[in-house]
Design a protein around this ligand. Structure first.
Ligand code: NAD
Length: 262
């Protein structure tokens, strides 16, 4: 049994992770952390039966009391680096779903990993369909270098553009064999053409009703190719999270992207 602490256990993703960990025979929910839900039962909070795991308000205290092997983090971009550094300094491994870690921060976490032996998987998207969508986008980019991304999420999402769209653009940029056409459009209102990552425009939609969705549009001579992925339920992320919890202890260092674990 791998002992897991869920950080952000009261959030939309954290509640699903609590249920997924409890349902897997190889994983054990050792503890749960969420300052907004301190003192509540993690099972009841997740909408299931009482499981006897009381949500703690401090990650540090819960780690000392529960001695986990892996911490799963779905909190917020504003706290993820400090959380991850504190956990990995203790030599504990991390499965990080929280978005917003910069390249520099990922390098700093790799330095901690080299010193302490803690491993980490940082995955902007844990759904298999989204990973395949990124892989397809990367392949197509080698042939159709002109592309834009539209990502659509619920209106409570903390960051824009999404971690998935950034990673998709990075992969597409690296796979491109030709430079895209020059963009000659002048913005009459700044931001009208979206954010730019690796020369690829990313447009972020935030509306109630959406979960997590992404379209990649490729333009060629007289043709358009569009690929789209829709996460309709947060359950779609759980097989990836469970897989990562089982594998993170055996893959050394800091890994970026679930595709490296498949
Ligand atoms: P949410 O707001 O519903 O939940 C976040 C929870 O974290 C809240 O309950 C909050 O109280 C708690 N929290 C905040 N600071 C904390 C701290 N210092 N310690 C412990 N808990 C803390 O958000 P969400 O929709 O569950 O998303 C969380 C993160 O996961 C976001 O960054 C989001 O973009 C990301 N996300 C990733 C994936 C993926 O597949 N990788 C999928 C969906 C969402």
């Amino acid at each position: 049994m791998i002992r897991i602490v869920v950080n952000g256990a009261g959030g939309k993703m954290g509640r699903e992770v609590v249920k997924a960990v409890a349902a897997d025979p190889e994983l054990e929910l050792a503890g749960a952390v969420d300052p907004s839900h301190k003192g509540e039962d993690a099972g009841i909070l997740a909408g299931t039966e009482r499981n006897g795991v009381t949500v703690g308000g401090s990650l540090q205290t819960v780690l000392e009391e529960t001695h986990p092997q892996v911490v799963v983090d779905f909190t917020s971009p504003s706290v993820i680096f400090d959380n991850a550094a504190a956990v990995m300094e203790k030599g504990l491994s991390m499965v990080i779903g929280t978005t917003g870690l910069t390249e520099k921060q990922r390098t700093l976490l790799q330095e901690i990993s080299s010193r302490t032996g803690a491993n980490a998987l940082i995955a902007p998207n844990f759904s298999l369909g989204a990973v395949l969508m990124m892989e397809a986008a990367e392949k197509i980019s080698a042939y159709l270098p002109n592309a834009e991304i539209i990502e659509l999420h619920h209106n409570h999402k903390y960051d824009a553009p999404s971690g998935t769209s950034r990673l998709t653009a990075e992969k597409m940029g690296a796979a491109r064999k030709q430079e895209p056409c020059e963009d000659r459009t002048a913005e009459s209102i700044p931001g009208a053409r979206g954010a730019v990552v690796e020369g690829i425009r990313i447009h972020s939609v935030r509306l109630p009703g959406y979960v997590a969705h992404q379209e990649v549009l490729f333009g060629g001579e007289g043709e358009i190719l569009t690929i789209r992925h829709d996460s309709l339920d947060r359950k779609s992320f759980m097989p990836g999270v469970v897989l990562a919890c089982k594998k993170v202890l055996t893959v050394p260092g800091v890994t970026y992207g679930l595709e490296n674990y498949l």
